[in-house]
Ligand binder design. Structure first.
Ligand SMILES: Nc1nc2c([nH]c(=O)n2[C@H]2C[C@H](O)[C@@H](COP(=O)(O)OP(=O)(O)OP(=O)(O)O)O2)c(=O)[nH]1
Length: 331
């Protein structure tokens, strides 16, 4: 539903401890969204700057004094609960004085982001959780690889996972569906051992059969046909988007993240008009889910993508250089 009131600016703090755990608070009985878990914080008061408001809320709710130098913007989530629009402004906080205590009648718990069940969170906070969970790089396999390169691809993807890749898309449109599923099944033990996620392009049924460790990346046309998330929360769902309505549809069905493309001109889609970083930033700002820049971007542009509010960068060729130098791989 479209909100009719001006959005409330709400500050929320993602307090991270040295083990990477995050502090969640349960909204007390009698409050809006009672019983759901959230990141501590609250509304900006008149005249307050965002950080002053965050410091006050965390002092009032948890009895801690945050170190402003340890605070960095994490994400901004535009959301609406019925007519009540809000702009959730989330900052990561890594240093504070005092031990967080429950001063507002709220239960507290430190959680490893990967262990959190998204359905226990306030709906707007699922995007925050995904921002904390997802990596900044999203490599996609080169589409023009022949299925005869299966062995070589198996080795390269395994290597990429061992070297730190945590989210990878197997996009091999020329391969039989069964061959892609077989490749994913062979990669699954390595993926699970490293807590990496393999996304099958468009193949929801394949992801269902393979289970946790495998998800789906929805094509744009497929996204528009869905009314709800096609997989359980334990399996990731990404979506290919090019504009604001598609990003809104990805949010509506509960996708975990989107790619937004093309950022720049690419060899693979020469006819598409590039978005550029300014438009990318505007679209990301209005989208309530993490977004990767895709199309004509390289890992070296990570910082620009993050400055523009993106989760990071996704791509094909520039992400496999070095690995692509081998015979049998397209250059
Ligand atoms: N603080 C906080 N609020 C959130 C989160 N996620 C989310 O949807 N909200 C919503 C719930 C509320 O509708 C609104 C914030 O209101 P609040 O009740 O926490 O604000 P406040 O501390 O100023 O409290 P109050 O004066 O209204 O009692 O934002 C979150 O992670 N943290």
């Amino acid at each position: 539903m479209t909100p009719r009131l001006p959005p409330m600016h709400v500050m929320a703090g993602a307090l991270r401890d040295t083990d990477g755990r995050v502090l969640l608070a349960q909204r007390p009985l009698g409050k809006h969204l009672a019983g759901l878990w959230e990141f501590p914080g609250g509304k900006l008061e008149p005249g307050e700057t965002p950080l002053i408001a965050l410091a006050r809320e965390l002092r009032e709710e948890l009895g801690i004094e945050i170190d402003p130098l340890s605070c960095t913007p994490l994400t901004r989530v535009p959301w609406a609960y019925g007519e009540r629009g809000l702009h959730l402004d989330v900052w990561q906080v890594t240093r504070w004085q005092g031990a967080p205590a429950s001063l507002d009648n709220q239960a507290l718990q430190w959680c490893e982001p990967r262990q959190v069940d998204p359905t226990m969170l306030a709906p707007a906070d699922r995007a925050i959780l995904q921002t904390l969970r997802l990596p900044s790089r999203y490599p996609i396999t080169p589409a023009d690889l022949p299925s005869t390169a299966a062995e070589s691809l198996f080795c390269r993807v395994s290597e990429a996972i061992e070297q730190g890749a945590r989210l990878l898309q197997l996009r091999l449109p020329a391969w039989p569906v069964a061959a892609v599923r077989e490749l994913a099944a062979r990669l699954l033990p390595t993926a699970r051992a490293h807590d990496a996620q393999l996304l099958l392009n468009a193949d929801i049924e394949g992801a269902r059969q393979l289970g946790p460790g495998v998800g789906v990346h929805l094509k744009t046309a497929q996204l528009s046909t869905l009314a709800e998330r096609p997989l359980p929360w334990s399996q990731p769902v990404g979506a290919s988007c090019h504009d604001a309505p598609q990003l809104a549809q990805a949010v509506r069905i509960g996708a975990d993240f989107a790619t937004l493309s093309p950022l720049a001109a690419t060899r693979s889609h020469p006819q598409a008009s590039p978005l550029g970083w300014a438009r990318f930033g505007e679209l990301v700002e209005a989208a309530a889910l993490p977004v990767y820049a895709l199309g004509g971007v390289a890992p070296a542009q990570m910082e620009i993508a993050r400055q523009a509010g993106g989760q990071g960068v996704a791509g094909i060729r520039a992400f496999w250089t070095g690995l692509l130098a081998e015979p049998g791989w397209p250059g």
